[in-house]
Design a protein around this ligand. Structure first.
Ligand SMILES: [Zn+2]
Length: 306
C-alpha cells in the first residue's frame, strides 16, 4: 500500500485532536498531531510529544542530526546560515536537493504504519507540504479532511481560552479563515477528501470513522473510539482531549486543563462527549454579533440539536 498522509483542515478548537487520536488508535495509522509546531518546539526546547510525560519513545529517539534537519525543513529555515533562504530554496529545487530530505518520507521510514495524520490545519502549511517533491512525484498520497464545527461553539471555546478576545474580532477571523479552508477543500481531488462535522464525530463516532477508514482504504476497528487506551505521540493539540489518556494511565493532568476548562474534562469520565458548552456560555449579544459577521458562512455548519 502506498504511504498516505491525511491532512486535517478546519478552525482551531474544531475537534481535530479528537479525530487525530481516534485515527491514531488504528494499528495502521500514526497521529503526528500539529506537525507545524515541531520547528518551534525544537527551537524553544519544549518537548515535541504532547502525550509522553517522561522521555518520548518516538520523538526523543530521533537521530539528533535528522531531527535538526526535520525542524529546519518544516520550519522553512535555512540549512546554511550564510545563504538567504529564498536563494537556498531555489538552488535546492534546481539541484533537486529537495529530494534529499523529505519530511514525511523520513518519518515513514521510522514507523510501521502506512497512514499519517497531520492536524496542522493551516491552509498555507498544507499547500507548502503538497508542493514538496515527495507529494508532487506521487511517492506519497495526500488526503484531506475538512473538519467543521458550529462556529458559535468555536467562538465560545476561543473566548474561554483567550480572555482579551472579543466576539467581533474572532467572528471576523473565523469568517476569513473558513473561506480559505473552503477554497482549499473545493479544489482538492474529490476521491481523496471528505467533510466531517465535529458534532457527528462526537455523537456517532463509529459511523463517521467508518467513512474515514473507507476513504483511506483501511478497515474500521472499534478500538479507535476509546483512544485513551492506546499509545500516542501527537504534537500539541487540545489538552482536554489529551487529558483522557493521562487520566486512564493515572498520570498527572496538565495544569492547563483545569485553568481553562475547570472541571469539564474531569467530570467527563473516560468517554466521548459532544461539547455544547457554548449554548450556556455565549450571551445573546455575542451570538448576535457572530451571526451578523459570519452567520452566512456558518449556516451549513449550525448544530441546533442537543
Ligand atoms: Zn511520546
Amino acid at each position: 500500500m502506498k504511504k498516505k498522509v491525511l491532512f486535517i483542515t478546519g478552525s482551531g478548537h474544531c475537534g481535530s485532536t479528537l479525530l487525530t487520536l481516534m485515527l491514531g488508535s488504528h494499528p495502521d495509522c500514526f497521529g503526528l498531531g500539529e506537525l507545524n509546531s515541531l520547528p518551534n518546539h525544537y527551537k524553544t526546547n519544549i518537548p515535541i510529544c504532547g502525550v509522553c510525560k517522561e522521555k518520548c519513545s518516538f520523538w526523543d529517539e530521533l537521530n539528533p542530526k535528522e531531527l535538526k534537519l526535520l525542524a529546519a525543513v518544516l520550519g522553512n529555515s535555512r540549512l546554511n546560515k550564510y545563504i538567504p533562504l529564498k536563494l537556498e530554496k531555489t538552488m535546492r529545487k534546481i539541484l533537486r536537493q529537495d529530494q534529499v530530505f523529505n519530511p514525511y518520507t523520513y518519518l515513514f521510514s521510522l514507523r510501521k504504519e502506512n497512514v499519517f495524520v497531520d492536524a496542522s490545519k493551516a491552509v498555507e502549511w498544507i499547500n507548502q507540504r503538497l508542493d514538496a517533491q515527495e507529494f508532487t512525484s506521487g511517492n506519497l498520497e495526500s488526503y484531506l479532511i475538512h473538519l467543521v464545527r458550529d462556529g458559535r461553539a468555536v467562538l465560545s471555546s476561543y473566548l474561554r481560552r483567550f480572555k482579551s478576545l472579543t466576539a467581533e474580532s474572532y467572528a471576523q477571523e473565523w469568517r476569513e479563515k473558513t473561506i480559505l479552508k473552503n477554497q482549499l477543500y473545493d479544489k482538492f481531488p474529490a476521491e481523496r477528501k471528505m467533510l466531517i462535522r465535529y458534532e457527528e464525530l462526537a455523537t456517532a463516532p463509529e459511523k463517521i470513522l467508518t467513512r474515514v477508514c473507507n476513504l483511506l482504504g483501511i478497515e474500521f476497528t472499534s478500538q479507535m473510539i476509546p483512544y485513551w487506551q492506546y499509545d500516542h505521540h501527537v504534537i500539541s493539540g487540545n489538552s482536554g482531549v489529551r487529558s483522557l489518556i493521562w487520566r486512564s494511565k493515572q498520570e498527572e493532568v496538565e495544569a492547563d486543563v483545569r485553568k481553562y476548562q475547570g472541571e469539564y474534562y474531569n467530570n467527563q469520565g473516560l468517554k466521548i462527549k459532544l461539547d455544547l458548552r457554548w449554548k450556556k456560555e455565549l450571551s445573546e449579544e455575542q451570538v448576535a454579533v457572530f451571526n451578523d459577521i459570519a452567520g452566512d458562512i456558518n449556516k451549513p455548519y449550525e448544530w441546533n440539536q442537543d
